[in-house]
Write a new protein. Structure first.
Length: 111
C-alpha cells in the first residue's frame, strides 16, 4: 500500500519532463504506486489549494512525453480549465473513492 515510499530520493531517475513557470508546475514521471507506469501532475494555486492533481496516467514513456506536452499547452493558455479531473490510480486514491468520486473534480478557484 505504501509503494510511494520507494520513490523517495530517486526523482531524477524517474523524471520524464518538468515544466515550471511562475506558480505553475507540470511534472511527468515514472511512478510505482499506480496501475500505470507514468503520470502527469499539475500543481497550481488555483486548484486543490495548490496541491498536486494527477491529470493523466500512461502505460509507456512515449505516451507520457506526448501527454506532458499536451498538459503544458493546456495549463499555459490564457484561460485555465474550469475543472481538472484527478485520474490517479494510486492505491491511496482508489481507497478515497470508497466515499465517492466527487473529490476527483477539482474546480478552479476564482481569484
Amino acid at each position: 500500500m505504501f509503494d510511494f515510499m520507494s520513490m523517495m530520493g530517486n526523482y531524477e531517475q524517474r523524471k520524464v519532463a518538468n515544466f515550471t513557470k511562475g506558480k505553475l508546475t507540470v511534472d511527468t514521471c515514472r511512478v510505482l504506486d499506480s496501475q500505470q507506469d507514468y503520470e502527469t501532475g499539475v500543481e497550481h494555486p488555483d486548484y486543490n489549494k495548490g496541491k498536486w492533481v494527477i491529470v493523466s496516467v500512461y502505460s509507456s514513456k512515449e505516451e507520457a512525453i506526448k501527454g506532458h506536452q499536451k498538459w503544458v499547452k493546456i495549463m499555459t493558455k490564457k484561460t485555465l480549465p474550469k475543472v481538472l479531473q484527478d485520474v490517479s490510480t494510486a492505491k491511496c486514491a482508489l481507497l478515497s473513492d470508497i466515499g465517492g468520486t466527487e473529490w476527483r473534480k477539482i474546480k478552479r478557484e476564482e481569484r
